[in-house]
Structure formats: C-alpha cells, structure tokens
Ligand binder design. Sequence first.
Ligand SMILES: O=c1[nH]cnc2c1ncn2[C@H]1C[C@H](O)[C@@H](CO)O1
Ligand SMILES: [Zn+2]
Length: 332
Amino acid sequence: MDFLALPKIDLHCHLDGSVRPDTIIDLAKQYNIELPEDRDAVVQSLTVPEDCKNLDEYLACFSLPLQVMQTEEAIERISFELYEDAALENVKYLEVRFAPILHVNKGLSLDTIIASAVKGMKRAEEKYDIKGNYIMSVLRMFPKDSIKDVIDAGKPYLGKGVVAFDIAGGEKPGFCAEFPEYTQYAIEQGYRVTVHAGEQWHGQNVYDAVTMLDAERIGHGVHIQGNEDAYNIVKEKQVALETCPTSNVQTKCIHQFSDHPIAEFKKDGIVVTINTDNRTVSNTTMTNEVKRVCETFGLTKEDYAEIYKYSVESAFASDEVKQHLMGFVEQI
Ligand SMILES: O=c1[nH]cnc2c1ncn2[C@H]1C[C@H](O)[C@@H](CO)O1
Ligand SMILES: [Zn+2]
C-alpha cells in the first residue's frame, strides 16, 4: 500500500500539540518569548521523550506552544498550517480540538479565539482538498466555572466550523461524575460529544462517559480491554473509539506498539478509527499511524477501507461532507 497516497481521516488531533516547530520559533521571536537555545532543543521540548512515564509528563510538552498561541494571528496561522500539513498527506477530513480557555492569557476573548481557529481552517479548505471541523475541549483539572462560557462561545459557530464538545487532560478514575451537567448543556446547545476516557487504564471511565455523559465517541478507549461492562457497551452501542496508537505507547497507555488492541477490537466488531492525537508532541502523521497499524497487524487494503468507512460514519460532519468522503473509498 502507498500509505501517503491513501485517503485518510483524522478525528482526534489537538491543535496545540500539532504546531510546526519552525512556526513556534518564528512566533516566539516575534513575541519576545524565551526559547530553548537552538532548534534541536526547541524540537526536544515540544516532543515527548522516549522514556516518557505517563500522560502527565506527555502533557508538559504543551507549555511552549501555548505560550505563543495567544494572538489572533498565531491561532489563525497555526490552524491553517495544521490543515495544510494534513492535506499534503492526503488527509481528506480533519477534526481538530483545542481548549479555548488556554488561549486567554493575553486578553483574547473566547469568541476571537474560536473565530481565529475556524478562519485558519476555512483558508486551508479553500486552498486544499481537505474538509474540517473544530471540537471545543475543556480540561478535567481546570475550574469548572468557565465550561459553560466555552460552550456558549462556540455556539454561534455550530455547523459553521464547530461541531463538538470534548473533555481532555489528565485522567482520574470516576471523573465523569463531575461532568453530566456540562455535557448535557452542550448537547442542548447542539453539540456532539466525545470524551477522552480509558487512556490511563480506567476502563470504567469509558462506561461512565457513555452512560453518564452521553459520549458518542471516545478518545482512546484502549482500556475497555479488561472491563467487561465498558467493552460490552462500546460494542453494543457501536461507540467509535478514536485510537491514537503512537500516543498510546508514549503515555504508557500500552507497553509497546504491538500490544495495541486496535486490530483485535476491529476483528470483534468494535468501531475503531486511526488518529494522530498530536502531530508534533507525538512526532507523527496520519501516514505514519496508518502505516504502523497496517504493517504491525498485517491489515489488508480491505481492512483499511473498513476503518476508513468507520471514520466517515463516526465523523461529526454533515451528510454532504460524509458523502464526499465516501467517494474516496474507491482510491483505497
Ligand atoms: O492524549 C491526550 N489525553 C488527554 N489530554 C490531552 C491529550 N493530548 C492533549 N491533551 C490536552 C493538552 C492540550 O493542551 C489540551 C487541548 O488540546 O488537551
Ligand atoms: Zn487527545
């Protein structure tokens, strides 16, 4: 298979984890933000170390990108460049997520932050054969008082570049109990819902995210393995798992790539998708993720076509866009 040429879909990609290192350097110089001593050191600070111990250490790599992403121009540019990078490797549809509340440090309003991200995406959609949507993330460890503000700020963009609500950040057992009020509010406003769960070993969080938070998709979800209730509900309800295999190895969600359950899940009728999570932090691309999954687990073109179709079906896109994306299946 020519993995670069294959049509691809990425449903789980963080904006702040997917910034080009050279853009960070450029913007940091412009804004007088202190940088590590040379380009290699910048790349090192943005990319997860080989011996990363857990998700919390992984999340430390977001500090520098977030420092530069505090102006309209920076957010618009980074959004455009992410869609451009994906388009150039034949990603036909990309859902990008980020937490608007992490971009208010220099006084931007939530509206300006969201508008800038959407504007960069629209500019790339005009230039390249790619379509996209944004997902508004909130962080589990942050104070809850701004969550509804984020949901309200994204509402005018629903169907115009924003589609869904997500809960991200470090994962603790039982976190879902704190969030039904917020996912319910998001659903009432017209958002779709996806939740990061079952990434740091807590399969029960996946069950809770589906039953308590009405999550339609789950970010990662790897740890349904070992939790019968979680496994069964994901299978029965055909909840799509947004798996991000390279990231899962780095955060120690799994031990090594060949231990990833994606192929086993697929064989058993679970809806699996292949995604990047963070192109820069995880030092990956969709081409790399699809190649590694297909080669490690001996997946055929037909297997990949099925996974591609799962991604189309579970995308938070309009029917028109889904139909357009289905048109690429024959290129697989
Ligand atoms: O894989 C992840 N799990 C949980 N949280 C994550 C992951 N990747 C990124 N994040 C967090 C850090 C970012 O600052 C935030 C919004 O994109 O989402
Ligand atoms: Zn993620």
